[in-house]
Write a protein that binds this ligand. Sequence first.
Ligand SMILES: *Cc1c(COP(=O)(O)O)cnc(C)c1O
Length: 524
Amino acid sequence: MSINQSGWRPTAPEAKSGNVPASVTGNKALMLEEALIFEIGDARTTGVDFAEGDVAHDMLGDLTRKAPIGLPGLSEPETVRHYTRLSRQNYGIDLGFFPLGSCTMKHNPRLNEKMARLPGFSDVHPLQPVDTVQGALEVIHQLAHWLVTLTGMTSVAMSPKAGAHGELCGILAIRAALEAKGEGARKVILVPESAHGTNPATAAFAGYSVEDIPATAEGRVDTAALKARLGPDVAGVMITNPNTCGLFERDMREISDAVHAAGGFVYCDGANFNAIVGRVRPGDLGIDAMHINLHKTFSTPHGGGGPGSGPVVFSAALTPFAPLPFVEKQGDHFALIEEETAGEHHAGSFGRMVAFHGQMGMFTRALTYILSHGADGLRQVAEDAVLNANYILRSLDDTLDAPFGPSGPCMHEALFSDAGLAEGFSTIDIAKGLIDEGYHPMTMYFPLVVHGAMLVEPTETESKAALDQFIAALRSVAERAKAGDAALKSAPHFAPRSRLDETLAARKPVLVWKDTAPLAQAAE
Ligand SMILES: *Cc1c(COP(=O)(O)O)cnc(C)c1O
C-alpha cells in the first residue's frame, strides 16, 4: 500500500488559493502528508537485521509465539520521520494562542521546568528516608504555607492529584466531620447549575444524592432557591467560584452563612483561583474546603492528560479531618506526619488520598511560579487574566451574542452563544472556521446553561497584539456564520483533514487497524 492510495485530497483547494491543483503527493509545501504506520510499513518486512539465535530451546514451552506479531516493520529513519511528521500536525501552546486557557494549557515559564528537573527534586523516591529528602519536604511545606496564606484558610492537604481528586478529598472531610458530630444522616449535596460537571459527579461518587439549584437570568446561583432548600438532610453545597459562566458569585458570604446556620458545609470549586488570587481570600467568604488546581492557576504543563495536582485548603472546622500525610516543621527538621507518627492530635483524619505525598514535580513548578511572581505579581496575574477576558468580551459583543454581557464584567473567561447566527449555522462552524485561521477552537457547548456556548479564556500571558489578531479572526468567522457563508459549513479547508463526522468517531471509534487486503493479494 502506498502513501498515494491512502493520501488525502483537499476538499476545496479553490476556496482561497484560486485554481491551484492539489499536489500529487498530497503534501502541502513542506507540511508533509502522513499515512498510518500500518499503511507505510509492512508486517512482512523488518527494519532491523538480527542473526538467528543459537539458543537450542527456550523455557516458554507452549507459550512460544507461533504466528508473526503483525506489527509493521520500518527502518529507523522511516520510524523517526513518521512520528516527526505527525508531531508537526500538533497544535500547542508553544505555537500559538490557545483560547481554552488555563483549563487546558497556558504558558508554562521555562524556569519552572528548570527547577523541576533539578536532580534533588526529580530523582527523589517516595520511600527514601526523610533525612535524605529534607529539601523536597521543605518545598512541599513552603508551598503549603503559600496556599494557606493566599486563601486565608487554616490547613491544606497537598496529596490530591487533580482537581476532581481534590473535590473528593474535600467531600470526604465534610463527611468525616458530619459523622463525628453524629450527623451522618445528612445525605444531600446541593450543586448549582453553574457548577463544573465534576462537582455533582464527585458528590454522587461519595454516596450523596445531588440536587440542582437553578441559576438566575444573570448566570449566578439563585441564592433564594438555595436558601429555601437548606435543611437537616443537607450535608453541604458545592459552588464553583468563579463559576462556569465566567462570573464571580457575589453572594458567597451570604450563602456560606446560611449553609452554616443550617448545619451544612461549604465546598468551593477553586479550580479557577487564577481569576481571584491576590484579590479575594476564600477563607473570608466562609468556605470550608476548596481545591486549587496547581496545574491551572500556577501554570505547569497539563494539556492532553498530563499530570495534575489539586491540593485542598480547609477551614478550622474541617482541619481535624484532613487526610494524611502532611509535612510539619519541627525545629530545623521537616517531618512527614503519617499514620505511625500522627498521634492523638490527628486521630480524626479520614485517611489517605494517595499512597505517597502527591505530585512532587508539580509542587516544584508551582512554588517556582509563585516565588518568581511574588505576592504582588500573583495579584497582577489575576488582574491581567480578567482584563484580557473582558477585552475579548467587549471587543466582540457587537458581533457575537454575549448572554451575560449585561451582567457586568466577566472574570477570566468570556462567554458567547450561537444566537444570531444564520439558519443552520452553529458553534461548531465557528470552531472549524477558527482552525482555518490558525487557532485552536475555544471551549464549545459548555457551560450547558447557555445554548451553543463558546467560552474563551485568554489567560494572563497573551499580549494585546495577540488578542487583537484573535479578535479579528473570530470576528471574521462570526460574520461569515451570520451571513450564511456556505464555505464555512465544510471548514476547515486547510487542515490535514477536513470536517470529520465527530459523532460517529466518538460513538463508533475504530481503534484497531485492519488490513483490508488479504496478504497474498497485498503481496502482488
Ligand atoms: C478543571 C476543572 C476541574 C477538574 O480539575 P481536574 O484537574 O481536571 O480534575 C474542576 N472544576 C473546574 C471549575 C475546573 O475548571
